[in-house]
Design a protein around this ligand. Structure first.
Ligand code: ZN
Length: 290
């Protein structure tokens, strides 16, 4: 099974538009949604082909797997999953210590800098075609929003993917290693984390502005409920109503994927209450590290 012509065109549009955005990575499910495609397997197959062709790069995102505290903190991103599998990690947000496994490792795709440059260069050449810039920006925003929304519910760890997709991923990565184009050797191929990344929160924070949200919506509801609880416990009579208002605005910003407004509200609440637990998790939805 492979993607049809229309899906292929849409996937190409997705990647090209994304190359103009500040989004650094996406999950395959975002592509599935954008292209209105039906088969995750086919979408994966096509994305893996783009990896082979050098347009995309596959990376592995390790997320905290503390189900009790509903934490989904991004801990680290690596090129090779086998480098960290079974290694022990610590989450700086919830304090969870856990082992990297196929169930907390998520395949994500990044546009390679080379391809990004090519796409942007092509665009400059086409500028005399009198493109509607406003409309074009709107399209870029649309793609970025699909990626951001997808992070709420869409991401699937390697271990939960259909076996055929797992096989395809491993096959393509194997080919790339064997073809020796330096793909995996350029950066991080021999990453050795001493089993613990606690106290080094910068590891999981790239230079991306629009970060992908990581938490299922019912889980985010719980986090916002937790935030309100913490506000009522830790605020005083004079600032309680104000903080509750900020929390409400924060939730709205989260629902609308409004990073700017969200970051502002996080800072307001942080200014009054410091780094309370639920706020740190919510902040990470907006790509912030408290
Ligand atoms: Zn955690």
């Amino acid at each position: 099974m492979s993607v049809n012509l229309k899906e292929k065109r849409e996937i190409q549009n997705f990647v090209e538009l994304l190359a103009f955005s500040t989004v650094s990575s996406f999950y395959p499910t975002a592509v599935l949604k954008y292209a209105n495609a039906t088969s995750l397997e086919s979408v994966f197959e096509y994305l893996l082909r783009l990896v082979e062709e050098g347009e995309l790069k596959l990376k592995w995102e390790l997320k905290c797997s503390n189900e009790e505290l509903i934490c989904a903190r991004k801990i680290i991103k690596v090129d090779n999953k086998e480098d960290i599998i079974d290694n022990e990690f610590n989450c700086d947000i919830c304090g969870n210590t856990f082992l990297a496994s196929y169930y907390n490792l998520f395949p994500t795709f990044e546009i390679t800098p080379e391809y990004r440059e090519l796409v942007r260069g092509d665009f400059k050449k086409k500028q005399d075609l009198r493109l509607d810039k406003g409309k074009f920006r709107g399209k870029i925003r649309e793609v970025a929003q699909v990626v951001a929304k997808d992070g709420i519910s869409g991401n699937i760890p390697y271990g939960d993917l259909p076996p055929q997709i797992q096989v395809n991923i491993d096959k393509v990565l194997q080919q790339i290693v064997m073809s020796g184009d330096g793909f995996l050797n350029n950066e991080g191929r021999t990453i050795h984390i001493g089993g613990n990344v606690n106290g080094n929160p910068n590891l999981n924070n790239g230079d991306d502005v629009v970060q992908v949200n990581q938490v299922k919506s019912d889980e985010s509801d719980k986090l916002f409920a937790e935030l309100l609880k913490e506000i009522s416990e830790k605020s005083n009579e004079s600032n309680k109503a104000q903080l509750e208002y900020f929390a409400e605005k924060l939730k709205e910003a989260y629902e609308k994927n409004d990073t700017e407004e969200g970051s502002k509200m996080v800072k307001f609440i942080q200014g009054s209450l410091g780094n309370i637990g639920s706020l740190a998790s919510i902040a990470s939805f907006f790509g912030m590290t408290l």
